[in-house]
Write a protein that binds this ligand. Structure first.
Ligand SMILES: Nc1ncnc2c1ncn2[C@@H]1O[C@H](COP(=O)(O)OP(=O)(O)O)[C@@H](O)[C@H]1O
Ligand SMILES: [Mg+2]
Length: 254
């Protein structure tokens, strides 16, 4: 069953069609990758899914707990609350706070507290439970050993993994990552994507990943969509899409 379906979405900027009738199905429990050259409409699609842009035509449907929600045109905070989390929607990482405190701040912020009081507040029983949950998440992602390390001492890859942990802490059902390994050195980039796979397997969280560096990303995903000029030009397994003549033409031509 699809967790999210995008039906014939059109998004224009003036007369320019950034999305020209895009259909995408994201299967629950899988990792779906969208590739495409710069300017092909990938981020615009994410912006339509997460409510930043309202499409001129088409629909976005989200399914959870046997219910169907037409989320087209919903405001971003409502889409976040229903379980679709784009990592940058979560408040920024606090550089001076520890890894654990950064996770706690997400949960506290979600309970509607101001971010400052959320950070400074002393611990209660309920928060000890939250800390326990945070620790479980940190174990899954391999950051438990660094729970008391301030965020500014983490590597680029560890920061990405901390962002993923915070999405889990926020209760994400579908996590959307727009170029999660941009600017991350190659060895750490593999670590980030391995963590995505691990979270997917252990927590059952569904992922939509947008990525430019397809040579790295293809090893870790289940389904691939290729976009060009605001349209989907191919869909299939990584092997199928990598050998698709239309995709090869776009990538060699760009
Ligand atoms: N807010 C905007 N106003 C005008 N044009 C935009 C805007 N956002 C994106 N575009 C254009 O839409 C096209 C797709 O952009 P984008 O979705 O960011 O591509 P990608 O993420 O695949 O690199 C590009 O030509 C871009 O210049
Ligand atoms: Mg982009």
């Amino acid at each position: 069953m699809d967790i999210l379906t995008v039906y014939s979405v059109v998004k224009q900027f003036g007369a320019f069609r950034a999305l020209d009738g895009v259909d995408v199905s994201i299967e629950r429990g899988k990792i779906t990758l969208i590739i495409g050259p710069n300017g092909s409409g990938k981020t615009t699609l994410v912006n339509v899914i997460t409510g930043v842009y309202k499409p001129e035509a088409g629909r976005v449907v989200y399914r959870r707990d046997g219910r169907e929600f037409d989320i087209t045109g919903w405001p971003p905070h409502k889409i976040f609350e229903i379980g679709i989390v784009r990592t940058f929607q979560i408040p920024q990482i606090f550089q001076k706070l520890t890894v654990l405190e950064n996770l706690m701040a997400v949960a506290r912020g979600q309970r509607g507290e101001g971010i400052i009081s959320a950070v400074l507040k002393t611990w209660t029983r309920q928060e000890e439970e939250l800390a326990e949950r945070a620790f479980q998440i940190l174990k899954t992602v391999g950051l438990a050993g660094k729970w008391d390390v301030p965020a500014y001492l983490l590597s680029a890859g560890e920061i990405k993994i901390l962002e993923l942990s915070r999405a889990l802490m926020a209760g994400a059902d579908l996590v959307i990552l727009d170029e999660p390994i941009a600017g991350v050195p190659i060895d750490q980039a593999h670590g980030v994507l391995k963590t995505v796979v691990d979270i997917n397997k252990r927590h059952g969280v569904t992922f939509l990943v947008i990525e430019h560096r397809i040579d790295i990303a293809f090893n870790y995903v289940d389904v691939v969509y290729a976009m060009a000029s605001g349209r989907v030009i191919a869909r299939g397994t990584p092997e199928q899409v990598a050998s698709d003549p239309k995709v090869r033409e776009v990538y060699i031509g760009s």
